[in-house]
Design a protein around this ligand. Structure first.
Ligand SMILES: NC(=O)c1ccc[n+]([C@@H]2O[C@H](COP(=O)([O-])OP(=O)(O)OC[C@H]3O[C@@H](n4cnc5c(N)ncnc54)[C@H](OP(=O)(O)O)[C@@H]3O)[C@@H](O)[C@H]2O)c1
Length: 280
């Protein structure tokens, strides 16, 4: 438990940042655990990232989360990047160490896996081929964590094939980058389907994907969480597939951050989920 005289501080840096649900999530935990502290949105322009990160220690922040557009740029600013974040090519969380140096970590893959495990406890990444749609930042965390959990074949479909191929080259086996137009047919023997594109998010059209060939036993997940049930998840649910929405990923990635910042173990409870859901 934190020192009773200390006021704990953390935040999220982004540009824009006011849409972030992270303050609701983290401030729920401060209140729930009866801890004096706060979590603030920090609107930081790209050219302000380095001075903002360097200001964390003198201001007494334990650390910060990073969101668009800072996740990659921070790699060249922090003093150390943990090996997982290096592999994913992005930092989602910065921790201020006692000597004021900064270490960058990435908890998005942890969030993705633990969200699924909370809702589907018998889920296994090595149950069969996994189809991943997209090759952006979210896809990197997803592909990394699936490979870590033993996935043997990750079929990666991205509108821009070259971006998928770059990910395949970096990650190596089991990632295979495949042409965008093959995505429908390649679902035939998939055990799992993950959308990591921004398609289906509020303001964007639905992901164009025909589910006809997907086995009814396959698990369908989306990392988009606004809306909570994307058109993809609704279509999957209607045809009998189990589904996991993207909100759990956001909630679970915050747990290792609290452990690193404050030394506190937190829980993702139905009440926390309801509180954040109410803001979507
Ligand atoms: N639940 C969570 O905790 C969590 C975490 C991270 C991200 N997300 C969500 O995941 C989504 C993607 O985020 P990101 O950071 O990975 O973004 P990103 O790095 O910008 O990648 C965007 C991806 O979407 C694809 N895409 C964009 N427009 C498309 C279109 N019209 N048709 C097909 N594909 C299209 C891109 O393909 P190209 O390469 O061809 O452009 C790329 O693969 C966002 O909605 C974000 O909010 C959620």
């Amino acid at each position: 438990m934190a020192h009773p005289d200390r006021f704990l501080l953390a935040g999220v840096m982004g540009w824009p940042v006011m849409h972030s649900r992270s303050p609701v999530l983290h401030n729920y935990w401060f209140k729930h655990y009866g801890i004096a502290g706060t979590y603030v949105p920090l609107a930081i322009k790209p050219d302000g990232l380095a001075p903002a990160l360097r200001a964390l220690a003198p201001l007494g922040f334990a650390g910060t989360n990073l969101t668009i557009p800072h996740k990659e740029a921070a790699l060249n600013i922090v003093d150390e990047v943990d090996p997982e974040a290096k592999r994913m090519g992005a930092i989602s969380c910065v921790v201020v160490r006692p000597d004021a140096t900064l270490i960058g970590t990435n908890n998005d893959g942890y969030g993705f896996v633990h969200s699924i495990l909370q809702q589907v406890p018998d889920w296994r990444a090595d149950a069969g081929p996994v189809a991943v749609i997209g090759a952006g930042g979210g896809a990197r965390a997803v592909a990394y964590s699936l490979a870590e959990r033993g996935a043997r074949e990750i079929r990666l479909f991205n509108r821009t094939l070259a971006r998928g191929q770059a990910l395949e080259q970096e990650f190596g086996s089991p990632v295979k980058a495949l042409p965008w137009e093959d995505r429908h047919a390649a679902l035939a023997d998939a055990a799992m389907l993950v959308n990591t594109t921004s398609q289906g998010m509020v303001g964007n059209p639905p992901l164009e994907l025909v589910l006809d060939k997907l086995p009814a036993s396959a698990l369908v997940t989306d990392i988009v969480y606004i809306p909570l049930e994307t058109p993809l998840l609704a279509a999957a649910r209607r045809r009998g597939n189990r589904t996991v929405d993207g909100l759990g990923m956001l909630l679970h990635q915050a747990r290792p951050a609290w452990k690193a910042w404050f030394g506190i173990d937190t829980e993702v409870t139905p009440e926390l989920r309801r509180q954040v859901e109410a803001t979507l």
